[in-house]
Design a protein around this ligand. Structure first.
Ligand code: CMP
Length: 139
C-alpha cells in the first residue's frame, strides 16, 4: 500500500469540480484517508512548492495557489502515486491524455486543476505539510 497527497487547486474548487474529481478517484482503487479545505497564505504556498524555488513559474504558481481555497486529501492504494498521476494527466493539459482530469478541465499549464505527489519522498513531505497523524484515518 502507498499513500499520496492530492490537491484540488483553487481553479478546480472555484469552478465546482470537487465532486467530479472525488467521484473519479473513488472509481479507482484509491481510498480517501483524510480530507480538508485550506486557503494557503503566499508563504505557505512557497513552502509547499519549495522544490520549485528559483524556477520561472515559482512566483506565479504560489500566487495562484494562495488565491483561494484548495481541497487537500490523503489517498491510499496499491501504486497510489502512479494511479493518481495517471488519473490527473500530464502537467501541461495540452499533453494530457484524453479522459484525464487535466485534459478535461485544465485551462493552462498553471491552472491545471489538481496536484499529486510525484514520488514517495515528496508524498511523505506533502502529506505531513497538511495533515498530522491524528487526522489520517488508519485503514
Ligand atoms: P503541479 O503538478 O502542482 O506542480 C508544480 C506546478 O507549477 C504545476 O502543477 C503547475 O500548476 C505550475 N506550473 C506552471 N508552469 C509550469 C511549468 N512550465 N512546468 C511545470 N509546472 C508549471
Amino acid at each position: 500500500m502507498e499513500r499520496t497527497l492530492a490537491i484540488i487547486k483553487p481553479d478546480g474548487v472555484a469552478r465546482g469540480f470537487i465532486g467530479e474529481i472525488i467521484r473519479r478517484l473513488e472509481k479507482e482503487d484509491l481510498s480517501i484517508l483524510a480530507v480538508k479545505m485550506i486557503w494557503m497564505t503566499k508563504e505557505q504556498a512557497k513552502g509547499f512548492y519549495r522544490v520549485h524555488a528559483g524556477k520561472p513559474f515559482y512566483e506565479s504558481v504560489t500566487d495562484f495557489m494562495s488565491s483561494g481555497p484548495c481541497v487537500a486529501m490523503v489517498l491510499e492504494g496499491k501504486d497510489a502515486i502512479n494511479v493518481y498521476r495517471k488519473l490527473m494527466g500530464a502537467t501541461n493539459h495540452k499533453e494530457a491524455a484524453k479522459g484525464t482530469i487535466r485534459h478535461d478541465y485544465a485551462t493552462n499549464i498553471e491552472k491545471n486543476v489538481v496536484h499529486g505527489s510525484d514520488s514517495p519522498q515528496s508524498a511523505a513531505f506533502e502529506i505531513a505539510y497538511f495533515f498530522n497523524e491524528l487526522e489520517i484515518f488508519k485503514s
